[in-house]
Design a protein around this ligand. Structure first.
Ligand code: DC
Length: 224
């Protein structure tokens, strides 16, 4: 079994890199942010405050999440409904970040993540994969980039999808969300002590993928 932990802030390119690595190495890609987004989405549909721990906690027993792989793509089902792109809206990002600071939410999602990794070779992307979910991962990489580089990537991604946003708003919201994720008391989004830090501000996508593959090969050899 091989476990690769790919952590980092939003816009660091980790999900795109993780997907490419999953395809190249033939291992399962797990997008753990999608789970927090699904909880955030549910809290929003119920009109509750995502920062209110007791309100959010009370909703958890109503939530059943199921992660399935359909044609190689991860789908999250919430109470039987495939959420698809509904969890990708910018406002859901803030909901996800807010609920992710609540210890009961993290505990609620822990076993789902661990059990996928027990059954499969995985590359998992998230914030606490190297520190909490897979502390024994074979490879731990913390990907990051400057605020401006990350915000520009996120801005392009959203506008290409037809979402109307301003770069300044994307930058401001991203800095706010990262601060939330980094400063929370439980499982803060910081590198594991034994993680390799990769700042890819000056790398394009292909360059980032090649670099990460190189790091993986150095650690575990060429297993593809
Ligand atoms: O990776 P993402 O942008 O889809 O994640 C959305 C939010 O979920 C992020 O702001 C913080 C939270 N998250 C987390 O706390 N731990 C993870 N392993 C993944 C995401």
């Amino acid at each position: 079994m091989i476990k690769i932990a790919l952590d980092g802030p939003s816009g660091s390119g980790k999900s795109t890199v993780a997907k490419a690595i999953s395809g190249r190495l033939g291992i399962v890609y797990v997008d753990t942010g999608a789970l927090y987004r699904s909880v955030g989405y549910y809290v929003r549909t119920k009109g509750k405050d995502p920062k209110n721990a007791s309100e959010v906690e009370a909703l958890l027993s109503e939530i059943e999440l199921d992660v399935r792989y359909e044609n190689g793509v991860q789908c999250v089902y919430l109470n039987g409904e495939n959420l698809g792109d509904k969890i990708r809206q910018p406002e859901i990002s803030m909901y996800a970040s807010a609920v992710s600071a609540i210890p009961a939410v993290r505990a609620f999602l822990l076993e789902t993540q661990k059990s996928i990794a027990r059954k499969n070779n995985v590359v998992m992307d998230g914030r606490d994969i190297g520190t909490v979910i897979l502390p024994d991962a074979d490879v731990k990489i913390f990907m990051t980039a400057s605020n401006e580089a990350r915000a520009m990537r996120r801005y392009k991604e959203l506008t290409e999808k037809g979402v109307e946003v301003k770069y300044e708003d994307v930058l401001r919201e991203m800095i706010e969300r990262d601060e939330n994720d980094r400063s929370r008391a439980v499982a803060p989004a910081i590198p594991a002590e034994d993680a390799i830090i990769f700042d890819n501000s000056d790398y394009d996508l292909e360059g980032s993928i090649e670099k990460v593959i190189e790091i993986i090969k150095e650690k575990v050899g060429d297993f593809s």
